[in-house]
Design a protein around this ligand. Structure first.
Ligand code: FES
Length: 192
């Protein structure tokens, strides 16, 4: 592919674009579109790190996630509108810890029940962007630190989140945001 692209002669940068150039641009657009379509909805660790989504990705309004492969205690990252979204399958212990916290102990008081869907409280879905300065917190990979409250740890300035994605230790001021989502079936959600 690189050979055929580099073989296209470039005209001067200030000259009139030739038909060949237009064709090349259209071709590049097609390639970008195809790449984005493959990435959306998959488990995309590298994309999360780069955080530089193509316009095509931003334009897609929803992401479907099949929950079946995510075992209790595990979490994955999916991309929705160019943002990382954490989907976590909580254990009974993690749910109980999240529910038992007094609201007065929280930096950004919010009940766990307000952050999950009734009847599906084993599933926590949050936008994986630290509310301090926007880093992506750690806690989804098995080897990641999850912080003192068992949720996520932001390596940038040390903020910590609990098993409900609520901030428990600053400097982050707010809980991880819950995106709009719905259960399409017991094992599939649609974010957005
Ligand atoms: S960006 Fe997360 S603690 Fe600063």
């Amino acid at each position: 592919m690189a050979d055929s692209m580099s073989a296209t002669p470039m005209t001067g940068t200030h000259g009139h674009p030739s038909g060949g150039e237009v064709t090349k641009r259209d071709f590049l657009k097609l390639v970008a579109g195809a790449g984005a379509a493959v990435g959306v909805g998959a488990i995309v660790w590298p994309l999360v790190d780069s955080m530089n989504p193509a316009a095509d990705v931003l334009a897609l309004s929803s992401t479907e996630v099949t929950l079946t492969p995510i075992e209790a205690g595990q979490a994955i990252t999916v991309v929705w509108r160019g943002k990382p979204v954490f989907v976590r399958h909580r254990t009974p212990k993690e749910i109980k810890e999240a529910e038992d916290v007094k609201l007065s102990a929280l930096i950004d008081p919010q009940a766990d029940s307000a952050r999950v869907k009734a009847g599906h409280d084993q599933w926590l879905v949050v936008i994986g962007i630290c509310t301090h300065l926007g880093c992506v917190p750690l806690g989804n990979a098995p080897s990641d630190p999850r912080g003192e409250w068992g949720g996520w740890f932001c390596p940038c300035h040390g903020s910590q989140y609990d098993t409900s994605g609520r901030v428990r230790h600053g400097p982050a001021p707010l809980n991880l945001a819950v995106p709009p989502y719905a259960f399409e079936t017991d094992t599939k959600i649609k974010i957005g």
